[in-house]
Design a protein around this ligand. Sequence first.
Ligand code: XCC
Length: 629
Amino acid sequence: MYDTSEAKKIAEKRALDAADQEIIVKTIEDGVETAWDRLECQQPQCGFGQLGVCCNRCTMGPCRIEPFGKKPDRGVCGATADLIVARNMLDDLSTGAAAHSDHGREVLEVLLETAEGKSQGYQITDEEKLKSIAEEYGIKTEGRQKEAVAEDLARAMLEEYGTLKNSIQLVERAPEKTKQLWKDAGIYPRSVDREIVESMHRIHMGVGADYVNILLHAMRTSLSDGWGGSMMATEGSDILFGTPTPVTSWANLGTLSHDKVNVVLHGHNPVLSEMIVKAAEDPELIKYAEEMGAKGINLVGMCCTGNELLMRHGIPIAGNMLDQELAIATGSVEVMVIDYQCIFPSITHTAGCYHTKVISTSEKSKVQGATYKEFHPETGLDTAKEIVRAAIENYPNRNHGRVKIPSKPIQLMAGFSEEAIRKALGGTYKPLIDAIVAGSIKGVVGIVGCNNPKIRHDYGHITLAKELIKRDILVVETGCAAIASGKAGLLVPEAADLAGDGLKAVCNSLGIPPVLHMGSCVDCSRILVLAAHVADELGVGIGDLPLGGAAPEWYSQKAVSIGTYFVSSGVYTVLGIPPKIFGSPNVLKLLAVTLKDVVNASFAVEPDPVLAADLLEAEIERKRTALGI
Ligand code: XCC
């Protein structure tokens, strides 16, 4: 057991944010295990695994390759380090692509059921977007009911998952030059499910034994995610729930309430949580909460479900990935609703230390110890009301003596969809392009991805974002990176004071923050669309633009897919956590060097965020010079 000053020192090492530190101290005092404790218990982590040279695919193994040039240099089947590393990477990437794309499929299924009049509580909110995407798909819109158009569109988009036409419609949004590069390299994506299934085939023993060929398929699979499954998740959600527009709200664990029923919405897919937002406005349920002694119902988001609700409704966001256990440890959460992805399997163990109930809602994502309330669109609103009722009924079980909630939530601005950014610029990207040409904005970097207890919570995101804006580089963000910036106060127009003179002047004239929150992780597709529009206006490929990407604290297979579709689309991307590829110098060289000749972008690994900013700035300068600006 630690005394309080020791606990504070530990908390400072673990997290950057003061509100997080306060609750980390509480976890230590309460004896509640967190990811940081589990990481310590895992030390030393397996070196073979970290280098990616461990193969556990078949029962001739598991095998591992000696990384320093000695024996064994092949697995039992004969696979080399190059092959093992490449197959492992394709496996990780395809898992991530599958997660994004399957989420997209579920959104489209709700769109279809809504169009057919079978869902409960849903409606088509953004008719303009419905119409414009339907037109992209060649669906007739004139004189037709929105439901009829939506039905055709949902079917056409669902068909993309296994389409026989060997192309995905939304991929057409990429600039001509970029698409030609993909065709020349043989990585033009053919369908969403096909690339993922083929990945599983290719990593079977005795199929692909050429690491280059395997990595090319990894690029194709990632493109089917970014320009396919993820983009469909974003667009389908916008049609159903509205395309985000700028909104102000609050972030950090201080968004939890002392006297209201706290419901935390955690995961990725907004289809159920959208109904919970409706349910929480039900006067009968609000009255019920008051009868149970609370002052109302307080919804807060977490991770990307939180981002979806923040972007569209301004629901406050309690935190990012490493905050999930901390939220529960405040002792104030009646219910944590989980859908899927990035939910610690131990979450019910954490909840068991307090009165919190975990309610799982997806058949794919059941968790032992959680209450399971299966979600179906036909009964979406009823299920949502049941969940809110369960939270209200748990309020009397809150032990107020064990509650600690940080006092100061931080204000933020979110809702910067691609459409909203374009509108803020006056309807065209010309002002942004002019600012880039004039050098007042040097370029744009997308900071995306997760938290990872291997790096001080939010330190990588915040240090990099501050460093870039100081250098007049506009930052756009999604996922846990964006939440980190919210907590750190970078998502408000006043944060422009931290930017260089050029960027500061642009932000002040538009009234926007220097770091723009563009949404959840599937909304990295919004960044692609933005890049495509700018490239089209200039008549170049995405790879020609002064853009960069970064994932300073990534942990997830989904981030492998995002990073790879960024690079494949032409965006140089710096990773703060080394990927599991260092056991193969050939794979490393291909990803960090050779790819530049193929797509004019590559990966880099740099754990120090200040040095990462140097790399990104140098690459932005390289592209500016090539453009003659
Ligand atoms: Fe998950 Fe999307 Fe990563 Fe955050 S950023 S830890 S993947 S919640 Ni998506």
